[in-house]
Write a protein that binds this ligand. Structure first.
Ligand code: DCM
Ligand code: DCM
Ligand code: DCM
Ligand code: ZN
Ligand code: ZN
Length: 262
């Protein structure tokens, strides 16, 4: 996701935290965040170049046209980095944060960075094209038009659909979009939201990634080819999927943090 997608995920998550998790997050956030997780939800994108190793942790490449995900096949050890994909990163930062508060762990990890990475990657794993095909780099090499403007399919899903929805439905105000999604989570999605949280361990990135590649095949790639013009028909049928994935990302980030700090 771009900046707004990540902001939406973190703003949905933070009010859903238990007292224990909210306290831990407040202690771990840098002072300049002013206890607003949303304000640092894109930190991981800004440090990609400085922490070069981290740039491969924002996505998973799956085999072209297979429309399936398997951890052992798709999240390999590469370039000296173990479990190099967004599902591996979620597992690793979850494990780090589970040792927060333990004696002797204080010097081992930077728990602030672990929280910021986990909060960001929980968003990215819910962007369908962050679990896309290998040869097109998750839609980055597919040139399209978004209405009159040049774009690439990956960017349509990171940013364009969200921006168009904000402009059309929320008077260009992202806070209004966040309010609307939060309202849906407690009303029409309330039963589903319980199921989104379910996870027999602390976090379940393999579930999120499997859903992601299915959504990529069924909605993101479907009907799109090089130089496709994507406009109302695509926007109106895909924006509900974007809304769902943003909501799932926020609910699951909160559920994961609640399990970690519970
Ligand atoms: N981004 C940023 N600064 C950078 C690189 C990326 O703010 N130097 C943000 C804006 C992009 C988003 O990251 O919309 C894309 O991130 P990704 O490429 O991980 O989806
Ligand atoms: N930051 C942090 N924890 C760290 C390193 C950085 O909270 N261990 C914060 C301080 C920076 C912010 O992230 O002001 C953005 O980082 P950068 O300036 O590298 O983009
Ligand atoms: N990306 C992806 N899959 C890839 C390569 C990149 O999902 N195989 C994502 C990371 C960024 C965006 O696409 O969000 C742009 O990547 P880059 O900055 O590497 O062009
Ligand atoms: Zn992206
Ligand atoms: Zn990212």
């Amino acid at each position: 996701w771009g900046i707004d997608g990540h902001l939406i995920v973190c703003r949905i998550a933070q009010p859903r935290l238990s007292k224990a998790a909210a306290d831990a997050v407040e202690n771990l956030l840098p002072a300049y965040a002013d206890n607003d997780l949303g304000s640092v939800c894109s930190w991981a994108d800004r440090v990609k170049f400085h922490y070069h190793w981290s740039s491969a942790l924002h996505f998973i490449d799956t085999p072209d046209n297979l429309c399936t995900y398997q951890y052992s096949r798709d999240c390999k050890d590469e370039d000296g980095i173990k479990d190099r994909c967004v599902a591996g990163a979620i597992n690793n930062y979850t494990t780090q944060l589970l040792s927060y508060g333990n004696e002797n762990s204080a010097s081992q990890y930077n728990f602030t960075e672990a929280l910021l990475f986990l909060s960001h990657f929980m968003g990215d794993i819910h962007q369908p094209l962050h679990v896309g095909f290998t040869s097109d780099r998750g839609g980055n090499t597919i040139d399209v038009h978004w209405y009159k403007r040049k774009s690439v399919l990956h960017h349509v899903w990171d940013d364009n659909i969200i921006e168009t929805e904000e402009d059309r439905s929320y008077d260009s105000n992202v806070d209004e979009m966040i309010d609307a999604l939060q309202k849906n989570i407690t009303t029409i999605w309330a039963n589903q939201a319980k199921a989104w949280e379910a996870c027999s361990t602390t976090t379940c990135p393999d579930i999120y990634a499997s859903e992601g590649i299915k959504a990529a095949c069924n909605w993101a790639y479907k009907g799109v080819s090089e130089d496709s013009v994507l406009e109302d028909n695509y926007f109106l049928t895909r924006s509900p999927i974007v809304n769902l994935r943003l909501a799932q990302g926020g609910v699951r980030l909160a559920a994961t943090l609640n399990r970690i700090f519970g």
